[in-house]
Design a protein around this ligand. Structure first.
Ligand SMILES: Nc1ncnc2c1ncn2[C@@H]1O[C@H](COP(=O)(O)OP(=O)(O)OP(=O)(O)O)[C@@H](O)[C@H]1O
Ligand SMILES: [Mg+2]
Length: 305
């Protein structure tokens, strides 16, 4: 599959501080790629580097196979972006704002504004001014602005930031539609794992400027292990019984009432009997797949790492 953007061994230093450390990414055409990472991980810096808004200290970026050249206007026209909070004129409507940006950016195609507004579900006839927009409307206008020149690639920094659950669902369906129906390649960033899980085809986990893992979601779903949770009266005695009765059991104590056991899903009856026969009350048994969040915690070494 064609890599529409390739980031190779990027390093970015700010006064001796390494914000990006050997970052390599392969973003495939026609897919949604999620950059995942906590605050300060380096997501925005990666996006700004791809957009030529900041210059990497070391490394190369390729757009459609050609090295990124900040003087090549053609290359820029293939990308639309929204980085951090988009700035618009508060006293103008969605349409008036886009008219202004179209003028500034030299977008002359007839119907470009209607098309962009339509794609994000904003009414082109509405007189509502930007200052009275909801968060969701502001984000949608930001995406419409990025779409104005009909780019192949969209780079959106935290497009669901500050939205309520319904707003998040709306943005998600807009992005999936842009990808599936209009064949856009979309690079998004987020720190909300469960969000990216629902939208991205591929993801990269960024941690302290490094790529911890780059993978397709399909691959990660396959790697997310099945486990069985037991809600019990005594987790420590339960753990001891597992140790005594199974060879190297793989488990995590989640709380003082809950223990998670991996790789023994076919033994739930047996474990239940073992616990109850040893005086432990078993209140609940539940087999499920690890979420992306669980997986991320595992590979990064927990919440506080
Ligand atoms: N202009 C700058 N000067 C100095 N340090 C910077 C600059 N821009 C970013 N950094 C630092 O680089 C690191 C990565 O920042 P970046 O904004 O890329 O993270 P992020 O993953 O986008 O975080 P967030 O989720 O908070 O948006 C942070 O430690 C940040 O303080
Ligand atoms: Mg950021």
């Amino acid at each position: 599959m064609e890599n529409i953007i390739e980031v190779k061994r990027l390093q970015k230093e700010y006064n001796g501080f390494l914000a990006l450390d050997d970052v390599s990414l392969r973003i495939k055409k026609g897919r949604i790629y999620g950059l995942l990472g906590r605050n300060g991980a380096g997501k925005t810096t990666i996006m700004k580097s791809i957009l030529g808004l900041t210059f990497p200290s070391i490394g190369k970026i390729y757009i459609k196979g050609s090295p990124m050249n900040y003087k090549n206007k053609e290359q820029f026209s293939t990308i639309g972006s929204m980085i951090e909070t988009p700035a618009f004129y508060s006293n103008l409507s969605a349409r008036e704002n886009l008219e202004l940006f179209a003028l500034i950016r030299g977008v002359t195609e007839k119907g470009a504004i209607e098309k962009a507004l339509d794609l994000v579900g904003l009414e082109s006839s509405s007189n509502k001014t930007f200052d009275s927009f909801s968060m969701g409307m502001k984000q949608r206008l930001g995406i419409a602005n990025a779409l104005l020149h009909e780019p192949e690639i969209l780079i959106l920094d935290e497009p669901t930031n500050g939205l309520d659950p319904m707003g998040i669902v709306e943005i998600r369906s807009i992005l999936i539609n842009l990808c599936k129906e209009f064949n856009k390649t979309i690079l998004i960033s987020s720190h909300i794992l469960s969000e990216v899980e629902k939208i991205a085809d591929d993801i990269a986990f960024i941690e302290k400027g490094k790529v911890i893992e780059e993978s397709s979601m399909e691959n990660i779903r396959n790697k997310c292990e099945q486990y069985t949770s037991y809600v019990v009266s005594n987790v420590y005695d339960s753990a001891r019984l597992l140790e005594e009765n199974y060879d190297n059991p793989n488990y995590i104590v989640i709380s003082n009432r809950k223990i998670r056991v991996f790789g023994l899903d076919d033994k739930t009856n047996e474990i239940n009997r073992l616990l109850t026969n040893n005086g432990i009350d078993v209140f609940q048994i539940n087999t499920q797949n690890e979420s992306l969040e669980d997986y991320f915690k595992k590979i990064t070494g927990g919440d506080d790492n």
